[in-house]
Design a protein around this ligand. Structure first.
Ligand code: ZN
Ligand code: ZN
Length: 133
């Protein structure tokens, strides 16, 4: 089994979520990555005059070369790391998927496949459940 790199602090991440139902469990996280232009700076949301990160800013900026990327465009190049227990086969697994939301039963979700049984599993946008068929 492959072993995913574990985050050491929230500062390394652009996304973290923990989900649990009766039969399934998901922990998912996305690391920040280096600037696509200079490769040296770790892309981050801009900081205000008080030095605090503006989490609601709609862009990421490289602290080294000041390259800016709209937040959605940057985030879609990242990878989501997932540890889960599959609702269908009951096994534990680890996998990765593009950090890009797709529509899953009408709800925007990060979707991955169980490495054991191939079931598609959504990580839905918070506070929304997929519609029952
Ligand atoms: Zn840069
Ligand atoms: Zn499975």
């Amino acid at each position: 089994m492959m072993s995913l790199k574990q985050p050491e602090s929230m500062d390394e991440l652009v996304y973290f979520t923990r989900r649990k139902t009766d039969k399934s469990k998901i922990i998912a996280w996305v690391f920040r990555e280096n600037c696509p232009v200079c490769g040296k700076g770790l892309m981050q949301k801009p900081t205000g005059p008080d030095g605090k990160v503006k989490v609601r800013a709609k862009e990421y900026i490289c602290p080294e070369c000041k390259h800016r990327v709209p937040d959605k465009e940057y985030e879609e190049t990242l990878t989501i790391n997932i540890e889960y227990t599959c609702e269908n086969c009951g096994k534990d697994g680890e996998t990765q998927a593009p950090y890009k939301r797709k529509s899953f039963q009408g709800v925007p979700s990060y979707v991955f496949e169980c490495v054991h049984c191939g079931t598609k599993i959504p990580i839905t946008k918070k506070l929304k459940e997929p519609k029952k068929k």
